[in-house]
Design a binder for this molecule. Structure first.
Ligand code: ARG
Ligand code: ASP
Length: 709
């Protein structure tokens, strides 16, 4: 007996070692919090000291109650019992910009509400708390029978979802719900949210801190961007969601993060809790090939034209720089990411690796229900490719030329009887015609050169014949459209109205409206229906292929692709080697800000106060053991777009950082994760505390936080 027990113990400890060594390498993955008990042993083996219930619990307060979907595209977290919310500067950028004017340029100078009364309300800003998430696969498929067509299955799922959503949202204020397909419809989950809409701006550092390094440093390590802003959620006096009102009071959250000022070091456990938007980890080699080798290079080229035009005029004129700052940042963001993604996919040899995998899958699938799935996918992708290309091209060229899109929007509004005034005001506020005209010329040229004739409307072909050059076409359109500036638009509208004409109808003749309408009609009627139906078929096949992969590869821990639902990613603080003979350490500090500081270069011109603080070393209690102020750190957490603003949490559940980016060499992680180089970039929370204390001198905010010193 004794002998047996000892044997058992040996086997058990062997198994533990095996288990740990098998799972230790895998920092890949974004896991569903409701199923985190399946990963908790691994998390704990890596250093986490809390339980699955601490992460997600519907009966008691858990960490999930301190995490929010911010503005339906970013993540944020609660850091006080008075509804104080931390997110990125680039996530609050639109709000900060909207409150800015020449007199109060909060983008440039920063904004700090010194009292609650000074906190600024925001139109249309939402914050969603996840109330719960449940596997509703069986319920979503209730009534589905073997042999039903896909269309029938679809309507079964739709009808059931509608009912599930109605049930889930019938009690309680501000509830909304959605049923989401996971693993391409092999599983369905309902997500119930509580939405707050009175969310006020509390503070933001100047852009020279919050966007330090601009697009030059974006997607890069080493990084020194203080990418944070602060908001506050307000509720009615019963702590329920309510539209903005002077009488609303700070929301009292079920849970908020304690902030750890104790510091981080290489190897420390990290856990990112947030809303990654979209990944495609299980697609076929053909899909990867199309993205990396066809679509990305073309889209990058098209965006290069736009960035060139923007930069040319932004560098000449301060007003234009402000007008185009947000537009430029968003064009540049994906432009730069795609380049890193392409490189990473090539370096990982992903197309070949997937081909090899697919070969083995095909062998295995013989005689099973999965036989032929990959062949059908291959055939569909071949059929889809020209449509995908046309679609991608259209989106990155025709749709992004500002004047025609705006003209058509105004015309449409008038047609429907809506008041277009706010559209008009918003447009001209940030419009600079010479940039747009240059974009028109280069994008039309590329469209002409790269799009096959069958995907060009007659209108386009005729116009190219008529004008013979894109320049001549542009000269005509940008001289004769009524939409080129507010005055001529107003005059044009007045003229038609006085003559008793129909303004919307008259606008159909405008060259900018015509351009947009002709191309959009052609694409909507001749290209998208086929594109959409092929994609639908492909998605359906992925349901089988996904299930097949899970049966084929039993060793692998599968996680559902990101779809802007709450996920857990865990890993550790770690440096990496971007290329031969270089090793990046995982933490940056204010020393690096000072090394990059350059009053001559807009994106590196830090506020004078920061220089003064650096000179006097007035760091208060926020310095690290080297006597300097930490700024950013990198870790192995698997994150994606949407994870910006996510809390980075230590082994005890305390806040140590704020996720905001990934490193250049690892941007392919939406398609393939390389544990050697995929790193998420976070702002060290000590830099946040330091900025609030020393730069903003906003001590009321520090007082309401629970800081672990
Ligand atoms: N790359 C980060 C993300 O994808 C930050 C983007 C904002 N910053 C910028 N310089 N464009 O959202
Ligand atoms: N910067 C991204 C965001 O805004 C995060 C990422 O793609 O890593 O969500």
């Amino acid at each position: 007996m004794k002998h047996n027990i000892n044997n058992m113990k040996r086997i058990l400890s062997f198994l533990t070692v095996l288990f740990i060594s098998v799972t230790m390498w895998a920092d890949e993955g974004m896991w569903l919090p409701a199923l985190i008990s399946q990963r908790i042993v691994d998390m704990q083996a890596k250093g986490f000291r809390l339980t699955a219930e601490d992460i997600y619990n519907v009966n008691e307060a858990s960490l999930k109650d301190a995490v929010v979907l911010f503005n339906r595209g970013c993540t944020g977290e609660l850091i006080s019992d008075k509804g104080l919310l931390l997110t990125n500067h680039h996530c609050g950028y639109g709000q900060i910009q909207r409150h800015s004017s020449v007199e109060h340029d909060y983008l440039k100078d920063g904004f700090w509400a010194m009292t609650m009364e000074e906190e600024l309300p925001n139109d249309k800003l939402t914050v969603d708390f996840l109330v719960r998430m449940d596997d509703v696969t069986a319920k979503a498929l209730r009534g589905y029978k073997e042999g039903m067509s896909e269309a029938q299955r679809d309507s079964v799922v739709k009808a059931n979802s509608k009912q599930l959503i109605a049930e889930a949202t019938k009690e309680g204020k501000g509830l909304r719900a959605q049923v989401e397909a996971l693993y391409y419809g092999n599983q369905y989950f309902i997500f119930v949210f509580r939405t707050f809409t009175d969310v006020r701006l509390v503070g933001a550092p100047p852009s020279s801190i919050g966007k330090f390094g601009g697009d030059t440093d974006n997607w890069m390590w080493p990084r020194h961007t203080g990418d944070f802003s602060l908001f506050r959620i307000y509720a009615d006096k019963d702590n329920n969601p309510a539209p903005y009102s002077k009488d609303n009071v700070p929301y009292r959250p079920k849970k908020y993060f304690k902030v750890s000022a104790k510091g981080v070091k290489e190897g420390d456990f990290t856990f990112v809790y947030g809303f990654p938007g979209s990944t495609r980890e299980y697609i076929t080699s053909d899909a990867v090939h199309y993205n990396a080798e066809i679509s990305n290079p073309h889209k990058i080229k098209l965006r290069t034209h736009r960035l060139d035009a923007q930069r040319k005029y932004m560098s000449k004129d301060q007003a234009v720089r402000i007008q185009y700052s947000a537009k430029n940042a968003s064009v540049s963001n994906a432009w730069k990411k795609w380049q890193g993604e392409m490189k990473g996919i090539r370096k990982m040899n992903t197309v070949e690796v997937k081909r090899e995998y697919e070969k083995r899958f095909r062998e295995w699938a013989k005689g099973t229900e999965y036989e032929g799935v990959l062949e059908r996918l291959e055939a569909l992708y071949a059929e889809l490719e020209p449509y995908s290309f046309a679609n991608d091209y259209y989106r990155e060229s025709v749709l992004v030329i500002e004047l025609p899109a705006f003209a058509r929007r105004v015309q449409r509004a008038l047609e429907k009887g809506d008041d277009p005034q706010s559209t008009i005001d918003n447009f001209y506020k940030d419009y600079y015609l010479p940039i747009d005209k240059e974009c028109f010329v280069s994008l039309v040229k590329e469209f002409e050169a790269n799009i096959p004739d069958e995907f060009k409307p007659e209108y386009f072909k005729n116009s190219m014949k008529q004008y013979s050059t894109a320049e001549a076409w542009a000269d005509d359109m940008y001289a004769n459209s009524a939409f080129v500036d507010a005055k001529s638009l107003e005059a044009g509208i007045a003229l038609v109205s006085i003559a008793g004409g129909n303004v919307a109808e008259a606008m159909n003749e405008d060259p900018a409206v015509r351009f947009y309408a002709e191309l959009a009609d052609f694409y909507n009627n001749k290209v998208f229906p086929k594109y959409t139906s092929l994609n639908k078929e492909i998605t359906l096949l992925y349901r089988d292929y996904m299930r097949g992969q899970m049966e084929f590869d039993k060793e692998k821990a599968f996680y559902p692709d990101a779809n802007l639902t709450l996920r857990v990613a865990y890993g550790k603080i770690a440096g990496y080697s971007p290329s031969d003979a270089i090793y990046f350490t995982p933490s940056s500090s204010i020393e690096g800000i000072m090394q990059k500081d350059n009053p001559e270069i807009f994106d590196y011109n830090i506020p004078q106060e920061l220089r003064d603080i650096y000179a006097s070393k007035d760091y208060g209690e926020w310095a690290n053991d080297k006597g300097t102020i930490p700024v950013c750190f990198i870790a192995t957490n698997h994150t994606s777009g949407g994870n910006s603003g996510s809390p980075v949490i230590d082994a005890d559940g305390n806040l140590i950082g704020l996720n905001f980016d990934r490193v250049w060499e690892g941007t392919m992680s939406d398609v393939v994760f390389d544990p050697d180089v995929c790193r998420n970039i976070s702002l060290d929370v000590r830099f946040v505390l330091f900025t609030i204390d020393k730069l903003a001198k906003n001590h009321r905010l520090l007082e309401e936080m629970e800081i672990i010193r």
